[in-house]
Design a protein around this ligand. Structure first.
Ligand code: PMP
Ligand code: GLN
Length: 386
């Protein structure tokens, strides 16, 4: 048999799938892969169900249904003061993952450099490499996950086409500050490149932190591609509805990739997500407030057990230092497997979010679960101290 594509065949199965499968096989509580254990608003699910029955269920236009594109534009204005033309600056995709893929394949040429901040979401590196891009990685390091400005500057060059910024950031749970964003904006302008802004956790931000889209900074409106996900904003991760906001010339290039990838997204889900983006502020406040309580409950519990809990400003995730519990020669991957199979609680090793030379003593727990589930997980983990 002739070989498969060499870039992709070099990667194993994604850690989220690996840990979820293991959790199912062992009947473990799954605090690994990031998904809520309660579905989002019933009203939205009802709208999707009715639209499915009423139809039409045929191909929507490739840029997305007008009602959803208009809702994305309104949402940009309402939350961030951005004036967006829904007809030329918004496109609907089948999940944020497709949006990322479209942007990378639509913009990156072989040999272009792409700056990535580690720890990084798992699909960035394979997509960049598959597009022929050269990944240039810089790191933020726990517990502060502070951005080293000099290291970031050194990562940019005349060959830089894109920087990928994930804020709020998975798995670091860091929300980039205005100061940090200003540094990035200055580099994007100086090196005449673009910023691919993965903002899927935009509404999952906790007290004391504010999500600022890079696109709102001076000079950035024409250079940023802003990506959102209904999965995260409405606790419906299986729907896979995403949306891109970008200046017309960038969106046009990105749409070239979309038209040859999925082309479109199920119409009933688009109608329901449009209604979701138009929900009142109380919905979005409640979403983050509820999640913050879960974060605090799990963080206190894990700290009580002896994990080194790292701060969490947003997302679904808590990163913890598990050094206290590692056996001789055991790394984060082996530890996650052990607690899944032997203790019955799954987590994700943070080393999976690095291209190479990863730290191997941090693991990630997902806290968007019912209180009773978090309680049960903590009870099980208590055995680590016996
Ligand atoms: N970006 C980040 C940072 C994520 O954590 C995820 C996980 N859901 C995605 C993108 C993918 O979003 P979607 O499910 O909408 O494709
Ligand atoms: N974003 C989710 C996480 O970080 C996983 C999504 C997926 O499995 N592709 O856990």
């Amino acid at each position: 048999m002739k070989p498969a594509n060499s870039v992709l065949s070099g990667y194993g199965t994604t850690i989220f799938e690996v840990m979820s499968r293991l959790a199912v096989d062992c009947g473990a509580i799954n605090l690994g892969q990031g998904f809520p254990d309660e579905d989002g608003p019933e009203d939205l699910r009802r709208i999707a169900a009715d639209a499915l029955m009423d139809g039409p269920n045929q191909y929507p236009s490739m840029m997305g249904l007008p009602t959803l594109r208009q809702a994305v534009a309104e949402h940009n204005k309402r939350f961030y003061g951005l004036d967006v033309d829904w007809q030329t600056e918004v496109m609907v995709t089948s999940g944020a993952t497709e949006a990322l893929s479209n942007a990378i394949f639509g913009l990156v040429e072989p040999g272009d450099e792409v700056v990535l901040v580690e720890p990084l979401y798992d699909c960035y590196l394979p997509m960049v490499e598959r597009a022929g891009g050269v990944a240039v990685r810089v790191r933020v390091t726990p517990p502060e996950w502070a951005l080293d400005k000099a290291a970031l500057e050194a990562a940019f060059s005349d060959k830089t086409k894109l920087v990928i910024l994930n804020s709020p950031m998975n798995p670091a749970a860091k929300v980039f500050s205005r100061d940090e964003l200003s540094v990035i904006a200055e580099l994007v302008e100086r090196f005449d490149c673009y910023a691919l802004c993965d903002e899927v956790y935009e509404h999952l931000v906790f007290e004391g932190a504010t999500h600022i889209p890079l696109m709102t900074l001076p000079g950035m409106r024409q250079r940023c591609i802003r990506i959102g996900s209904a999965g995260k904003s409405f606790s419906l991760t299986g729907w896979k509805v995403g949306y891109i906001t970008a200046a017309p010339n960038l969106l046009g290039a990105i749409a070239k990739a979309h038209q040859f990838t999925t082309f479109t997204t199920p119409p009933n889900l688009q109608i329901a997500v449009a209604a979701g983006l138009r929900l009142g502020d109380d919905y979005f406040d409640h979403l983050s407030g509820d999640l913050q309580e879960k974060r605090d409950f799990l963080a206190d519990g894990l700290a009580g057990l002896g994990f080194g809990v790292v701060g969490c400003q947003g997302t679904y995730f808590l990163t913890v230092d598990c050094t206290a519990f590692l056996r001789d020669g055991e790394d984060d991957v082996a530890f996650c497997k052990r607690i899944t199979t032997e203790i019955g609680v799954a987590a994700v090793p943070v080393s999976a979010f690095y291209g190479s030379d990863a730290p191997t003593h941090f693991i990630r727990f997902c806290f968007c679960k019912k209180r009773s589930v978090l309680e049960a997980a903590l009870e099980k983990l208590a055995v680590l101290n016996s």
